[in-house]
Design a protein around this ligand. Structure first.
Ligand code: AMP
Ligand code: ZN
Length: 470
């Protein structure tokens, strides 16, 4: 990946949170994967302009603020602050720009006006404005429109004003919603009367405002493909009448499932960061779990996976302590060390290359396990050890992982360290264990085969494994 214009930043727009409640761990899966992508690009020397919006006006934010007797801005400020706090605990980089919908109403009105001017939108009798789907011959990037019914009204003959709808109906969607009594004081002036913007328009208006008509990459959870992203493309491209101009790449992350099921309040399996911290889990273990599955595959979250992640981190720390000793460096100095982009990757080159291959995080983690295990056993000068530790700092930064932050250590998988296991066999064993923890079965089987070829096998237990000669 590279910026479209050499010398300019790589534009990355990500749909942000709707701030009416704490974000759940599914939301964080998507935001964390975007954070890793950005870190990988920056580690590669690419300057990134990461824009992630805050949706601070919609049906949910208005309704909840009224239920609590707060102004919309006071209410959304509380949840925005909570979101930022969770992001910090999960060691996420703050976006370069974090525009809010409410702070950009005139920009949205401007885009709607252009859409009306170009014949892509119309004003309904109540002063709402709708996007005319039939006016956009390019509509249908993420759905096959020919298989869908186009409808401009709902079953009661009223215009469809819901922001979210299913693939069964391609509806003309609301760009501007005329003021309703239930909106209370939450309305703005527009050329079409008082009202508020629809949901989709904020992302088209703010992404193109900050990143230009054409930018490199747009991200979001897979649920946003339709209608949200479809509508974002339609609004942005029809307003400037440059088709194909909007985001050049789409980065959709598959959903997080919990105990094999979709997360939902009614199933009692919807977790926030606080829920897990209150159960004694560390944010860094959650980060490890949420980034470890491949972004295009659904990830199944279990509480046990947090224990496994904490054990995996403790295992890395155990080897790193030995490398620190060789380097004459303290844990505190290592934790405070900033990555030096120009420094060599050392033995972490393989982990870095693996990460660069379609963001193979679990493969990169396997590479880290292998490298720290073999370095822990290697004779090194302090200088060599320090060079290797810089390589480790760089790869950990790319993943956003921090060592030595989990106070309560969970069980560390016990290997047959004391026995006569050659370093390269131990390294393969550790990589296989990492692949197994990450549920990367194909990689785990491959490494098991590699061990067997060399005359070794791994006896697995619940909390670890022992390598024995066949
Ligand atoms: P929202 O606050 O609902 O607008 O969602 C914020 C982000 O989280 C969007 O990119 C969604 O697609 C994403 N998201 C929502 N649910 C999940 C889930 N279960 N797994 C992964 N991402 C999700
Ligand atoms: Zn969006």
């Amino acid at each position: 990946m590279a910026p479209l214009t050499p010398g300019k930043a790589f534009g990355m727009y990500c749909c942000g949170p709707t701030v009416y409640a704490p974000a759940h761990i599914g939301n964080f899966r998507t935001f964390l994967i975007q954070d890793v992508l950005r870190r990988v690009l920056e580690s590669d020397g690419i300057e990134v302009c990461h824009v992630r919006n805050i949706t601070d006006v919609d049906d949910k934010t208005i309704r909840r603020s009224q239920e609590q007797g707060r102004t919309l801005s006071d209410f959304t400020a509380i949840w925005t602050e909570k979101f930022h706090k969770d992001c910090r605990e999960l060691n996420m980089l703050p976006p370069t720009i974090e525009p809010s919908a409410v702070a950009h109403i005139p920009l949205q009105i401007e885009m709607i006006a252009k859409l009306i001017e170009h014949g892509h939108a119309y004003v309904s009798s109540d002063g709402s404005v709708y996007f005319k789907v039939a006016s956009d011959p390019h509509y249908g990037k993420f759905v096959d429109v020919s298989t869908l019914q186009t409808q401009t009204t709902n079953s009661a003959g009223e215009a469809n004003s819901a922001d979210e709808y299913t693939r069964d109906n391609v509806a003309d969607f609301a760009l501007w919603k005329a003021r309703k009594p239930e909106d209370g004081p939450n309305f703005w002036q527009s050329p079409w009367g008082e009202g508020r913007p629809g949901w989709h328009i904020e992302c088209s208006a703010m992404s193109t405002h900050y990143l230009g008509e054409t930018f490199e990459l747009h991200g979001g959870g897979v649920d946003l493909c339709f209608p949200h992203h479809e509508n974002e493309i339609a609004q942005a491209e029809c307003s400037c009448e440059h088709y194909g101009s909007f985001a050049q790449q789409w980065f959709h992350s598959a959903h997080l499932m919990v105990d094999g099921a979709k997360m939902s309040k009614s199933l009692g399996n919807l977790y926030t960061l606080d829920d897990l911290v209150n159960k004694g889990f560390a944010p860094m273990a959650l980060r490890y779990v949420l980034i470890s599955g491949h972004y295009r595959s659904q990830l199944n979250f279990t509480l046990k996976s947090l224990d496994d992640a904490a054990s995996a981190l403790a295992k890395i720390e155990k080897s790193v302590r030995k490398i620190l000793a060789a380097a004459g460096m303290s844990e505190a100095d290592f934790v405070a060390q900033e990555p030096d982009r120009q420094a060599p990757w050392g033995d972490f080159e393989r982990a870095w290359k693996t990460l660069g291959n379609d963001l193979n995080v679990s493969g990169a983690l396997g590479g880290i396990f292998g490298a720290v295990a073999s370095l822990a056993k290697r004779e090194m000068t302090p200088e060599e050890a320090r060079t290797q530790l810089m390589g480790l700092t760089k790869i950990l930064w790319a993943l956003g992982l921090k060592l030595f932050t989990i106070k309560e250590k969970n069980s560390v998988p016990a290997t047959s360290e004391a026995a006569d296991v050659p370093a390269e066999i131990a390294a393969i064993g550790e990589q296989r264990w990492a692949a197994k923890i990450a549920k990367n079965w194909a990689e785990s089987d491959r490494l098991r085969g590699e061990l067997e070829q060399r005359g070794w096998k791994s006896l697995d237990r619940k909390d670890g494994y022992t390598l024995v000669k066949i």
